[in-house]
Design a binder for this molecule. Structure first.
Ligand code: PGA
Length: 267
């Protein structure tokens, strides 16, 4: 049996394993706070790419706790979220805008015009322009100091779903409107109650902006993620497993896993 708490190197990336999702989330929150402090000290601001879904919920609770304890300000933080359903109203409780407001934005001192999400209400004809603008905003902010990621059971990062594109083309994918993969739609039944209610499209940050981040924290917890985590870390780099492209920037990526998610790594 591997030790419960360990840090190993796999395919050039640091992989931190903790016994529980709670402990893994604490490691992620500590890493994010450290990156915020370092970036603010060095450049006067920290630019964060944020993720939604079930996995990072505890991370946000821990960041709020750090803020409330007086140890973490978001005054000089700028955030860009990975994705948003399309179309969706911002006040719809299932929107990622609402999720972020609930879990983080309303609970810390982040200025409203520094918290950016893709807009689920843009007219469809202007979605490409809106998506391209999002990438320009990130670039104008000097790029992401950190991208927080989760992994879908099909290996997606953001809503960059498995693709037949070449690795080079997929790595250059811009922010855009996409159709969700059947596995993603199946998993979204949790949020939407029934299959027919699941919103089938989304705006997602592209693989290009994700891979350009100066640091990536990938958090995966629970046994449902074990197989895809092993595939993304140990398998070939392939667009059919989007998270495997993180191997191309391995030295900038830290995987933080709980024991169940690490179960198939053999490390
Ligand atoms: P989850 O989603 O945290 O809800 O499992 C992860 C993802 O799809 O990126």
């Amino acid at each position: 049996m591997p030790a419960a708490e360990r840090t190993v190197q796999i395919s050039g990336s640091t992989v931190i394993v903790r016994p529980t999702a709670e402990a893994a989330s604490q490691v992620a929150a500590d890493a994010i706070a450290e990156i915020i402090h370092a970036a603010v000290n060095e450049r006067g601001k920290a630019v964060l790419g944020l993720a939604t879904g079930a996995t990072p919920e505890v991370v946000y609770a821990k960041l709020v706790a750090k803020h409330e304890a007086g140890g973490l300000s978001f005054q000089k933080v700028v955030t860009y979220n990975l994705d948003e359903y399309y179309p969706i109203q911002p006040l719809d409780p299932r929107s990622y805008r609402a999720y972020m407001h609930r879990l983080l934005f309303s609970r810390v001192d982040l200025p409203a015009n520094q918290a950016h999400l893709l807009d689920g209400t843009v007219p469809e004809a202007f979605a490409p322009e809106h998506a391209a603008q999002f990438d320009r905003w990130i670039e104008a902010d000097g790029g992401l100091d950190l991208q927080l990621l989760g992994i879908g059971r099909n290996g997606h990062i953001g809503f960059n779903e498995p693709s037949d594109a070449s690795v080079a083309d997929f790595a250059a994918a811009p922010t855009r409107l996409v159709e969700l993969h059947p596995v993603t739609k199946g998993d979204a039944v949790r949020e939407f109650g029934a299959h027919e209610n699941v919103i089938s499209h989304a705006l997602t940050m592209g693989v290009k902006s994700i891979l350009s981040a100066r640091a990536v924290v990938m958090l995966a917890t629970g046994p449902r993620k074990a197989a895809i985590v092993a595939q993304a870390l140990r398998g070939p780099v392939a667009s059919t497993v989007p998270a495997s492209l993180l191997q191309t920037i391995a030295e900038r990526v830290v995987w933080i896993l709980d024991e169940p998610a690490a179960a198939e790594l053999g490390a």
